[in-house]
Design a protein around this ligand. Structure first.
Ligand code: GDP
Ligand code: MG
Length: 439
């Protein structure tokens, strides 16, 4: 999607103003890019229509090039398409809040149940899980194990009890225990079938849940949007959780769900670990799709690992463009600790278009970078300018780290590039406007 969009901007290079004529080609690229990303056709049509209408209406803005204008319009429309604002979870006025999870088999319901409990626990809420998948004993064991992992009690009643009855007992138990939030995991099928829907309806009637969230697999593309629509018509849902976003490079599901079903994506799963669940931010997703990486997620993830004051210091440094080699090392190491290399790379601006095949390569280059940074003097690490100005210093670093002078120069250039891009992006994320493209 990203590269398809880039070719759209490129077609506007050298133009003075957006016109009905000169947006035809770029709009065709945008359309194609969206379809290739598995966004559903009606959504693509409406999107292209909305962007075209705005594009020809903007006129000339001094100092803003037409390609930048189009990026801005596309970015804003993407955010709108995905619902604009973050859609928060709702909580019941009187505890417990009940969250019912539904979805097909293998999409990540059981994993999400435990992830969500951990997520809410971090917000200071006490949780309880209910094991409602009565079709596979292994599914109950799985939830019990995950419950232990996140230290949340799990209510089980075996496989001989009907899901609605388990729900009733579980809810009773939760009230006795005075927990804030009850999360019920349910059984999924390979496909939608009558029995599953009827069971879910029974469970829903019993629980009277505050949230009914459909868990969908991002890798199923526009199929995800169709499922959300169907489940909503059948049982009535309050939103969706998109899982396996870490494996989805196309973005079709994220783009289609809201527009097709009318229901918001509330949370996204980005990995198999219990920590890998976060709110769905339409603006960050749009930034990611536009290939600008996701600085806020990057900083936020790092905050969890680093001490608070360190992190604030880092944000300030990014804003002041003083991000140095120490930060660079700390960040890459901290983030590498937290998740797979692929995620880290996806979050670094300018590195957003990494394919799994390139990951090993990238890991190697990270090692090379570390090798060079390790032989820098403390002063050089803090003031990358020293290296930019002095070939002699770069030569020394090359010799001591066993790398070439060209590699050292590249590293220095990369840091400066990163400073600029991160700063621009922080501006976008905080101010809501799109930066000038730097190339
Ligand atoms: P369920 O059948 O809907 O309950 O699905 P499970 O929770 O058992 O998950 C099925 C598989 O998907 C498991 O191997 C999970 O580890 C994996 N999984 C779940 N969520 C994610 C995610 O966000 N990213 C990745 N990569 N894997 C996930
Ligand atoms: Mg399950």
């Amino acid at each position: 999607l990203t590269s398809g969009l880039e070719s759209a901007w490129n077609k506007l290079k050298g133009e003075e103003v957006l016109t009905k004529e000169n947006i035809v080609e770029p709009m065709r690229d945008i359309r194609r890019a969206l379809l290739e990303a598995d966004v559903s056709l009606p959504v693509v049509r409406r999107f292209v229509q909305a962007v075209s209408e705005q594009a020809v209406g903007v006129g000339v803005i001094r100092g803003v090039k037409p390609d930048q204008q189009l990026v801005k319009i596309v970015s804003e429309e993407l955010v709108k398409l995905m619902g604009g604002e973050v859609s928060e979870l709702s909580f019941a006025k009187s505890s417990p809040t009940v969250i019912l999870l539904a979805g097909l088999q293998g999409v990540g319901k059981t994993t999400v149940s435990a992830k969500l409990a951990l997520y809410l626990k971090k917000q200071g809420k006490s949780c309880m899980l209910i094991a409602g998948d009565v079709y596979r004993p292994a599914a109950i064991d799985q939830l019990v194990i995950l419950g232990k992992q996140v230290d949340v009690p799990v209510y089980t009643a075996g496989t001989d009890v009907k899901p609605a009855e388990i729900a009733r007992q579980g809810l009773q138990e939760a009230k006795k225990k005075n927990v804030d939030v009850v999360i019920m995991d349910t059984a999924g099928r390979l496909q939608i079938d009558r029995t599953m829907m009827d069971e879910l309806k029974d469970v829903k009637r019993t629980l009277n849940p505050t949230e009914v969230l459909l868990v969908v697999d991002a890798m199923t593309g526009q199929e995800a949007a169709a499922l959300v629509t169907t489940f909503n018509l059948e049982i009535g849902i309050t939103g969706a959780i998109l899982t396996k976003l870490d494996g989805d490079s196309r973005g079709g599901a994220a783009l289609s769900v809201r527009e097709v079903s009318g229901k918001p994506i509330k949370l996204v799963g980005r990995g198999e670990r219990m920590e890998d669940l976060e709110p769905f931010y339409p603006d960050r997703m749009a930034g990611r799709i536009l290939g600008m990486g996701d600085v806020l997620s990057f900083v936020e993830k790092a905050q969890e690992v680093m001490k608070q004051e360190d992190a604030e210091d880092l944000q300030q440094k990014i804003m002041d463009a003083k991000f140095d080699f120490n930060d660079f090392l700390k960040q890459t190491r901290a983030v590498a600790q937290m998740g797979s290399m692929s995620r880290v790379l996806g979050m670094i601006p300018g590195m957003g278009k990494v394919t799994p095949a390139q990951i090993r390569e990238a890991e190697k280059s990270l090692q090379i970078m570390e090798g060079m940074i390790e032989v820098m003097t403390p002063e050089e690490r803090e003031k990358p300018e020293l290296l930019a100005e002095s070939p002699a210093r770069r030569k020394r670093i090359a010799q001591e780290s066993g790398k070439t002078e060209q590699q050292v120069s590249q590293l220095v250039a990369q840091l400066f590039q990163m400073r600029v891009r991160m700063k621009n992006l922080m501006g976008v994320m905080q101010g809501g406007s799109v930066p000038a493209l730097s190339n």
